[in-house]
Design a protein around this ligand. Structure first.
Ligand SMILES: Nc1nc2c(ncn2[C@@H]2O[C@H](COP(=O)(O)OP(=O)(O)OP(=O)(O)O)[C@@H](O)[C@H]2O)c(=O)[nH]1
Ligand SMILES: [Mg+2]
Length: 276
C-alpha cells in the first residue's frame, strides 16, 4: 500500500560536527551568568543601563521581557514564570500601547514598546528616534508621542534590541526588512549599539533538550545568516533565544540562552556609556 500515510517523515539533517557558537549548558555556567548579571554595574557615567526592545507585532518582545525577568528574579518567585508585561497571541495591532519600563536591581532598565505596524513605519522611525534620545517619558502612549512638541524627561537608551521571530523569517514582508535595515543604519550612525534578538527558535526543534544542539543545526545557521544579511547586521550582533510561552517554571537550557542574551546587551551598552 502506497499513499500519503506510508510516507516516511523527512530525516533530520546531520548536525555540524562543531557548533558555530560555544554555549555551556551545565549548572555552573548557568549560575555564573546569573551572578554576572546580578553583580553588573553600568559605566560610572550612567546611573542605569537602559535597553529598548523593538520589533514587529507578535515577535515576542514582551515575552522576552517576561522570560528574562523570570530568570533574573527566580529567587523571588521560586522559579515560576511571571507575566510582568502583557502577552497575547499575535494580532494585527500591538497589545503593548505605552512605553513601559521594568527595572532590575536599580541598575538595569528595560523598555518595552508597541510592535511596528507596517503602514505606520514613517512615524515609527521618528517616534523611536525620540525614545532612543531620551525625549519620551515612561508611560507615554505611543499615539501621543508624535503630537507632543515639548521634550519630556526620559532615559537615553544605551542598547537597542530588535526582536524578530525565526518562525516566519522566510515570509518577512520586504517593507519590514527595509524598515529594519533603515533603523539599523540610523543606529549605526548615532553609535547606539544594536542587537538582533532572534526568537521562536523552539519551533525548529522537537523538544527543549534539543536546544542544546541549536548551534550545531546547519539549517538554523543558514536561516539566521540570511536574516542578518538582509538586515545588514553582523552575525556577532545576533542573539538567539526561545522565550517561555507555555512553561510554568524556568529551565536551565532556555535560561542559559536568555541570560547570555542579557549579558550580551549589557556588555554592548558599556562602551557607548563610556563615550557619553
Ligand atoms: N513558541 C514561541 N512562542 C513565543 C515566543 N515568544 C513569544 N511567543 C508567543 O507569541 C505570542 C506573541 O508574543 P508577545 O510577547 O506578546 O509579542 P510582542 O512582540 O510583545 O507583541 P506586541 O506587543 O503585540 O507587539 C504570544 O502568544 C507568545 O506566547 C517564542 O520564543 N517561542
Ligand atoms: Mg508586547
Amino acid at each position: 500500500m502506497g499513499g500519503l500515510l506510508s510516507k516516511e517523515p523527512p530525516k533530520p539533517e546531520p548536525l555540524l560536527p562543531i557548533p558555530w557558537r560555544e554555549v555551556e549548558f551545565r549548572h555552573e555556567a548557568y549560575m555564573k551568568l546569573q551572578d554576572e548579571i546580578k553583580n553588573y554595574q553600568p559605566h560610572p557615567k550612567a546611573s542605569t543601563t537602559n535597553i529598548l526592545i523593538l520589533g514587529n507585532v507578535g515577535s515576542g518582545k514582551s515575552s522576552f521581557l517576561n522570560s528574562m525577568f523570570s530568570e533574573l528574579r527566580r529567587e523571588d518567585f521560586n522559579g515560576r514564570i511571571q507575566s510582568f508585561q502583557g502577552v497575547r497571541p499575535p494580532a494585527q495591532t500591538s497589545v503593548t500601547q505605552r512605553l513601559k519600563c521594568h527595572k532590575f536591581n536599580d541598575k538595569i532598565k528595560i523598555f518595552d514598546t508597541a510592535g511596528f505596524e507596517l503602514e505606520k513605519t514613517v512615524n515609527a522611525t521618528i517616534i523611536l528616534k525620540k525614545i532612543i534620545d531620551g525625549e519620551v517619558a515612561e508611560g507615554s502612549k505611543f499615539d501621543d508621542i508624535l503630537e507632543t512638541k515639548i521634550k519630556m524627561e526620559g532615559d537615553q537608551i544605551h542598547c537597542v534590541v530588535l526582536v524578530l521571530s525565526l518562525h516566519n523569517a522566510e515570509n518577512l514582508d520586504p517593507a519590514l526588512i527595509q524598515f529594519y535595515e533603515g533603523l539599523i543604519g540610523m543606529l549605526t550612525k548615532t553609535g547606539v549599539p544594536c542587537k538582533l534578538l532572534v526568537t521562536f527558535v523552539d519551533k525548529l526543534v522537537e523538544k527543549t533538550e534539543d536546544l542544546k544542539d541549536l548551534y550545531k543545526r546547519r539549517d538554523i545557521k543558514q536561516k539566521i545568516e540570511k536574516l542578518a544579511k538582509e538586515m545588514r547586521i553582523s552575525m556577532c550582533n545576533v542573539i538567539v533565544v526561545s522565550n517561555y510561552f507555555e512553561e510554568l517554571k524556568i529551565n536551565q537550557i532556555k535560561g542559559t540562552l536568555l541570560l547570555e542574551a542579557v549579558a550580551q546587551m549589557l556588555t554592548a551598552a558599556k562602551p557607548f556609556q563610556e563615550r557619553m
